[in-house]
Design a protein. Structure first.
Length: 330
């Protein structure tokens, strides 16, 4: 790559860093389009560097544990890093020790802690204020159990973030970034390969069984949520080249992910409250049960309406056409 192209890429990264710094939700902003002559490898390098920097900035805040939001942002960055490495893997020559499995192992440690944070917040802020005094009193034992479980989960998370495997993974990625290596495909201009870089994540998305299941607790819905999330991240990586219709589709995927996430969180909460120490059954808590059932019904209805709209023939065919046209005007 020429010195001029490298300088342009450097300026592009500086602009993105400024945008990410103003992004408290951890959602990647829309990137400025690169020159069509820039390679797929350079663009992937840019995406990876952004997430590595975010992980470094967030680690101290997560370990301080003053606010649950940095942990959420850390999880998002780990997911986006995994997506970038997977999406642009054919363009990159990475160290053998940099694998999706190792990143996923750390991500799983963050998952339990985050799930418990969500459960505590939902109970404290959404459910407890709506319950009568006797039901609030009956839930005190459950709240203490959640605090204890969360403390244990956080200890496990700290071990993962301090582990030599995780630190070596970040160190090797940082070293690779200093002298990145690309495959022959990674050295080709990005513009001509825009469709191909997203195709594995959107192809057959609508064939997933989760779109048509009738049980809000079906495991297929959780798997579909992960598929939707991966497709959304992959498209967001190329959002600068997406027409307005595709940007609207990305927003629809975000909404679908949110509805399915709510259903999943409610399922976890119901399972937690329905264990051997179940306050839902002994003593009976009719108001709490009604609240949970009402929230599930509302989110299920929203999900089914969105799923039917996304699956309409006219909508699917339009999305397929727009996906084929990514970058066609360049």
């Amino acid at each position: 790559m020429t010195a001029l192209m490298r300088e342009s890429t450097k300026q592009h990264r500086t602009s993105l860093d400024a945008q990410v710094g103003n992004d408290p939700a951890g959602i990647a902003p829309e990137p400025t389009p690169l020159d069509p002559l820039h390679s797929s490898g350079d663009y992937a390098l840019d995406l990876i560097q952004r997430q590595i920097r975010r992980l470094g900035k967030l680690q101290a805040e997560v370990l301080a544990d003053h606010d649950p939001e940095p942990l959420h942002q850390l999880r998002v960055s780990l997911r986006r890093l995994r997506t970038a490495l997977s999406q642009f893997g054919p363009a990159l020559v990475l160290p053998e020790s940099v694998t999706d499995r190792r990143i996923a192992a750390v991500a799983r440690r963050t998952g339990l802690c985050r799930d418990l944070d969500v459960l505590q917040l939902r109970l404290q802020q959404q459910l407890l204020p709506r319950l009568p005094g006797d039901e609030q009193q009956a839930l005190k034992g459950t709240m203490k159990r959640l605090v204890r479980d969360r403390s244990q989960a956080f200890d496990t998370l700290k071990e993962a973030l301090h582990s030599s495997r995780y630190l070596k993974l970040l160190a090797r990625l940082n070293k690779w970034q200093q002298r990145p290596r690309f495959t022959p495909l990674g050295q080709l201009p990005l513009a001509a390969w825009l469709y191909d870089w997203q195709a594995p994540f959107t192809a057959a998305l609508f064939l997933h069984a989760g779109w048509t299941v009738e049980d809000p607790a079906a495991e297929a819905l959780h798997d579909l949520r992960k598929r939707i999330k991966a497709a959304r991240y992959a498209l967001e990586h190329l959002e600068a080249w997406c027409e307005p219709a595709l940007k609207s589709f990305i927003e629809e995927l975000r909404q679908a992910q949110a509805h399915l996430g709510e259903l999943h969180d409610l399922q976890i909460l119901s399972h937690t409250l329905g264990g051997s120490e179940s306050p839902l059954q002994s003593p009976p808590l009719p108001v709490l049960r009604s609240e949970l059932e009402g929230q599930q019904a509302t989110n299920w209805q929203r999900w089914r309406e969105l799923a039917r709209r996304l699956q309409q023939d006219s909508h699917r065919h339009a999305i397929h056409r727009h996906l084929l046209a990514i970058g066609a005007a360049d």
